[in-house]
Design a protein around this ligand. Structure first.
Ligand code: URA
Length: 197
């Protein structure tokens, strides 16, 4: 009788402790063999806004934290523009380990890793998702997402408001894209303000 109830018991709800324990030491793909550190995520675990990048670069790999290199410095400035800082949002990546020479994460690496991020989103329960660059937008919004045409537009992703903006690395490479991103950030700020109306 006891076993009957045990087998039918609903699984324990997820928790940050469980997720961190499960994710630590992950070897789901080959990136695990070349990483210095797994880059889990950072920020407010109850944030209304979650930023999702592509994957760790060199500095992130060394320090174990997302967006701490040159692109991260620009992301901090972008957050400042809309009166936020990295303690008030949650920041994570599509893949948790650095792709060699900062290449794009391969589809099988993304597929092996995405479950960790999905669990993070489910735990944070953000109202707004902001995808940094094409790769994250293609994973969550649609496979043929065109960042140059569709940045700054609102989409529905599993009932959450979602927008993609240019990746800060793209803005470092091509500063001419910055004015468009400024407009997108203001659009994001308006939506955040609406949450508190
Ligand atoms: N680029 C990303 O997409 N993520 C990081 O964490 C750093 C750079």
């Amino acid at each position: 009788m006891m076993d009957f109830f045990k087998d039918n018991a609903s699984p324990a709800p997820d928790s940050w402790e469980r997720l961190e324990r499960d994710c630590a030491g992950c070897m789901n793909c080959a990136l695990g063999r070349t990483r210095q550190n797994l880059v889990f995520g950072v920020g407010d675990r109850g944030a209304d806004v979650m930023f999702i990048g592509e994957g760790p670069g060199e500095q992130e790999d060394l320090q174990g934290e997302p967006f701490v290199g040159p692109a991260g410095k620009l992301l901090d400035t972008m957050l400042q523009i809309i009166d936020l800082d990295r303690t008030q949002v949650y920041i994570a990546n599509i893949v948790k380990c650095r792709p060699p020479r900062n290449r794009d994460p391969l589809p099988d690496e993304q597929a092996a890793c995405i479950g960790w991020l999905e669990r993070q989103i489910a735990l944070v329960e953000p109202k707004i998702l902001v995808f940094l660059g094409r790769i994250a937008a293609q994973v969550f919004i649609k496979p043929d997402f065109r960042i140059s045409r569709e940045h700054g537009q609102w989409f529905d992703v599993s009932g959450r408001r979602a927008m993609a903006i240019y990746h800060p690395s793209a803005l470092l490479r091509d500063p001419s894209k910055r004015p468009e991103t400024f407009v997108d950030l203001k659009t994001l700020r308006q939506e955040i303000d609406r949450l508190y109306d």
